[in-house]
Design a protein around this ligand. Sequence first.
Ligand code: NAP
Length: 254
Amino acid sequence: MTPRDRAADLAMIRAGIAAGTAILDTARAYAQVDAPLYGEELAAEAARGTGVIVATKGGHSRTSANTWDADISAGRIRSDVETSLRVFGGERLELYYLHRVDLADQPVEEGMSALAALRDEGKVARIGLSNVTVAELERATAIARVDAVQNLHSAMGRESAEVLAWCEASEVPFFAYSPLRSSSKAPRLAAMAAARGVSRQRLQLRALLESSPVLSVISGATRPETVLDSLAAESEPWDEELQTAYEEDLVIKA
Ligand SMILES: NC(=O)c1ccc[n+]([C@@H]2O[C@H](COP(=O)([O-])OP(=O)(O)OC[C@H]3O[C@@H](n4cnc5c(N)ncnc54)[C@H](OP(=O)(O)O)[C@@H]3O)[C@@H](O)[C@H]2O)c1
C-alpha cells in the first residue's frame, strides 16, 4: 500500500482485525520504491499476536513510480522469502504467493520448485499462485501441492471462470482480487441497498461470495468504514432477489 499516515493505516487494519478479518493480503509490489517493505511491515505489526494470517507475495516489485519487474527465478524467490521472514520476525511465512506468474520470463515450474523447497525447509507453510491459468496450475501441481490461488475476478470478470472451476474441482481456495470492478452503476442493486439500508458494494460482495464454495474476496480499502462494510458482506442475507439484481446489473454473460 502507499504510505499515507502510518498510525491511521495501522488503525484501519486493526479495526478490520477486530471485526473479524481472517487474512491480511499484502505484497512488496504495492509499496513505493522508497519504502518497499511498508505494506509487509504494517501487516506484520497489526497481525502480531492476533492469530490472523498474513499472505504476502514474491517475484514482483516496483522499480519506479509506474513500473514493476516480474522474476520468479529460484534465486529471486528465495531472496524475497528471506526478506519477508526478516520483516515478519518469524521462522515461517503462513501463505506465500508467486505474484505475477503471467508476467515473469521464467516458467511456472521454476518458481514453484523454489517455493516447494522452501516449504520442505519449513520457511513457507502454504504456497499460493497469483495471476495464473489452468495450464500453469496443472504444471505447478505436477511439482507440488498448490494451497491457494489469487486471480482477478468480479461479476464482470470472465477471465478467471476456468481457474475458479479448476479450484472447485481441486478443492483449492480461490481468492478474488479487485472484486468490486464493475461496468455499470448497478441500479437494481443500488435500489435494493437503499431499501435494506446497506451499501451497494456490500450486496455486490455478498452475491459474489455466493457464486462458489471455494471463493473468498480480497477487498481493498483506504478507510476503516469500507473495511467494516465489506466485512459485513459475509453475514448479509442472500436471497433470489439479490441474485437476480446482481446478475441483471453486473454479470456479463459469456
Ligand atoms: N494478486 C494481484 O496481482 C493483485 C492485484 C491487485 C490487487 N490485489 C489485491 O486485491 C485487493 C483489492 O483489490 P482492489 O483494491 O484493486 O479492488 P477492490 O477491492 O475491488 O476495490 C477497492 C476500492 O473499492 C472501495 N471499496 C471497498 N469496499 C467498499 C465498500 N464496502 N463500500 C464502498 N467502497 C468500497 C475502496 O474504497 P476506499 O478506498 O474509499 O476504502 C477502494 O477504493 C488489493 O488490496 C490487493 O491486496 C492483488
